[in-house]
Ligand binder design. Sequence first.
Ligand code: APR
Length: 252
Amino acid sequence: MAIDFDPDLIGALRKARKITVLTGAGVSAESGIPTFRDALTGLWQNFDAAALATPDAFRRDPALVWGWYEWRRMRALAAQPNAAHVAIARLAGRAGHLNLFTQNVDDLHERAGSPDVRHLHGSLHHPRCSGCARPFSLPAAAPVEPEGGRRLAPPSCPACGGAVRPGVVWFNESLPEDILAQAFASCTSSDLLIVVGTSGTVYPVAQLPDVARRAGCPVVQVNPAASELDRACTWNLRGSAAHILPALIGRA
Ligand code: APR
């Protein structure tokens, strides 16, 4: 069934010369990658994602944390981009200028064809040494991880022997400064910000819709549930990303 969009939203989308897109875990939910609000399963069922994603957790129990990230990397490699990732890639081809920022550590935007994806929270696919920070190459194919996950000792850095760590931004760590600055600059200089599938609970990214609005950039949010960002958004489209985005972008 056709979705009725506010004509002002379609107008803003059509005349936008510069668009910023900000995505969170919800954009990959329909590819089968659980969000951070979903309960963990298997070996991880008694853990809270926020408690595993910290430098302290890795120091205390590297095999527990590395095992969790390898299990997530395997699931990400097995997943396919969904219609929302594809629609965003298509919009990039159509809009004069589009900047895509994601909090996700998977590579589904890239595999859907989006060029120049900026990862605010790092990537599952680019681990590095926790000692000397040299990048570490993982096999392109994920090791076969058991369905329920397992503890797995992290590899050692060939240069210094340090433990290899996931290339993601953990709680209590800083975001990549250059990408964060680009996100703020893009939000304040765009004609439209499209926010997809984020709970808006993790800062500083959660500030971006508000920053955009105050700079005069209208914000449209796609999320099946209420989020912390509702108040900052001009339009709240309640529905799944794979349902709403192709329909919205089809009107661009
Ligand atoms: N389409 C769109 N949105 C969806 C869908 C869907 N199919 N399914 C769920 N959502 C929404 C949820 O309603 C929720 O608001 O996606 C959001 C997911 O929220 P989080 O799990 O909190 O993910 P995110 O906002 O990306 O988390 C931010 O927190 O744990 C850290 O570093 C981690 O990058 C992550 C950050």
